[in-house]
Design a protein around this ligand. Sequence first.
Ligand SMILES: [Zn+2]
Length: 88
Amino acid sequence: MIEITKSNIEKAINKARQTKPFVKVLEFRRYSVTNKTTGANYTIKFTKINNRKFAECNCKATVVCYHIGASIGAHIVLAEQMHTATAA
Ligand SMILES: [Zn+2]
């Protein structure tokens, strides 16, 4: 599990923008990211502990990888929708 910080997620998002992988929502906080070129598929999980965000990806990277960068966009949108739904 890796902690998401403003700087490491920015790098990951930039890399994801270049790679443009396919992101699929498996369930809230769980995503599947597929590299369209190689077909490689990874599962990403997000966790929130004491207001700090953590992510986990099953690829071999030990940093915040672009799979996390690609799925966090979808995650933020979904989390906001859930939040709005709860507040309503
Ligand atoms: Zn990864």
